[in-house]
Design a protein around this ligand. Structure first.
Ligand code: ASP
Ligand code: MG
Length: 412
């Protein structure tokens, strides 16, 4: 029988009633003739609570025990979902990550999936089981310890199962009815997209849109998994939600498909750095070692052999970045006059595969920001996106202005 993967996020399994509601949707797909692999998250708020317990008990926690604790939320929902389905006379069984086994690297709290052997599930499906309920977000390392895949990791579990079992589709059920042109909380003009290209989704996810974990989109691209994002609170049909698909499957679209933002950005500038070969390596090497996620980088023209180097990173990594830079200075690896940190910035980006074939998108973006008197501090571009760093207090305004300027409320 064809296999369908259905993933239910935390709000979709927040209580017994909602688990029941999700189970109805699963039963309907079984009736349609699918064998279903269901991936569940923990009940909403549960993982946060578990993380908090760990951090309160041990601020510099052992990551193996962190994983032992925070993976447990999914165990509860997996068992409850299997029981709910059984009560509805749907043959179902639950599986924790280690039972499958979903094999991962040993990078606790951020493990990568290495393999999903099919034998166990295939055998059960052959024996008449119709639904395998999998606890998302968790796996087992070669050392035999429980691992987790990083926050939001159930999306990645779902896509990995869809790839391993060659599922017809991977449906991601969540509390919104699809992927929007931007966050509907920022502008009511935000429009649900019927389709979005995987590449655009990847950019949007990594630029701050929270619907899907970035790695799940990467994985879907690599394995050509057809993804659909849809609401667990509505009655859906074949056309519901947003299909995240191959570029070729999209007939017509706007030049810009979406506007993303990320609120907690910081901009740091090393003032008057000696401009010589190896200087970027000497700065960004220690930052990488300290685990700072550097995003944008700008180096200015130099005067008299000295230049300014600016980069952005998440606000909560500023202290760590400063520490790494000061240490590099003390050891004589780099030399500069001062560090200026601006922790009041946000990043706003426009994304669209149409940019590849249209000139002038950047100019149009800058014009729209100028019309609102918003000053741009840093700019970066790639083939299908343009990002700017601006004062955080103008972030909402910038998103609205860009949404208007590119007429995203209208379908392309
Ligand atoms: N429960 C985990 C989290 O909140 C994994 C997930 O829901 O995707 O991060
Ligand atoms: Mg999620």
């Amino acid at each position: 029988m064809p296999i369908l993967v259905m993933k239910f996020g935390g709000t979709s399994v927040a209580d017994l009633e909602r688990i029941g509601n999700a189970a109805q949707k699963i039963a309907r797909e079984v009736e349609r003739g699918y064998d279903v692999i269901v991936i569940v998250s923990a009940m909403s708020g549960k993982t946060n609570e578990l993380v908090n317990w760990v951090e309160t008990t041990s601020p510099l926690f052992d990551a193996r025990e962190y994983d032992a604790v925070v993976s447990s939320g999914e165990n509860v929902t997996a068992g409850l979902m299997a029981l709910t389905l059984q009560e509805m006379n749907v043959p179902a069984r639950s599986w924790q990550g280690w039972q499958v086994p979903l094999q991962t690297s040993s990078a606790h709290a951020a493990a990568r999936i290495e393999a999903i052997p099919r034998d166990n599930l295939d055998q059960k499906f052959a024996e008449g089981m119709r639904v395998a309920v999998i606890a998302g977000f968790q796996g087992i390392s070669a050392e035999g310890r429980i691992t987790t895949l990083g926050r939001g990791g159930s999306d990645t579990t779902a896509v990995a199962f869809a790839a391993a079992f060659e599922a017809e589709r991977c449906d991601i059920y969540t509390d919104v009815d699809g992927v929007y042109t931007t966050d509907p909380r920022i502008t009511e003009k935000a429009r649900k997209l019927d389709r979005i290209a995987l590449e655009e989704m990847l950019e949007l996810a990594s630029l701050g849109a929270k619907v899907l974990q970035t790695r799940s989109v990467e994985l879907a691209m690599r394995h050509k998994v057809k993804l659909r994002v849809l609401s667990s609170f509505e009655d859906n049909d074949e056309t519901s939600g947003t299909l995240v698909c191959d570029e070729e499957d999209i007939m017509e679209s706007n030049v810009v498909s979406g506007v993303a933002y990320s609120r907690d950005e910081a901009k740091m500038t090393l003032v008057s750095v000696a401009d010589r070969p190896g200087i970027a390596a000497a700065i960004f090497g220690p930052l990488a070692e300290a685990g700072v996620n550097v995003d944008m980088i700008v180096q200015n023209i130099s005067e008299e052999g000295r230049t300014d180097m600016t980069f952005s990173c998440p606000t909560n990594q500023v202290a760590r970045a400063q520490d790494a830079i000061e240490k590099a200075k003390e050891s004589g690896e780099i030399n500069f006059h001062g560090v200026v940190a601006d922790t009041e910035v946000a990043k706003v980006s426009v994304v669209g595969i149409g940019m590849r074939s249209h000139a002038g998108v950047a100019a149009q973006m800058f014009q729209a920001l100028r019309d609102e008197n918003i000053n741009i501090k840093v700019i970066t571009t790639s083939e299908i996106k343009i990002s700017v760093l601006i004062d955080r207090k103008y972030m909402e305004l910038a998103v609205q202005a860009l949404h208007d300027a590119f007429e995203l409320e209208k379908a392309g």
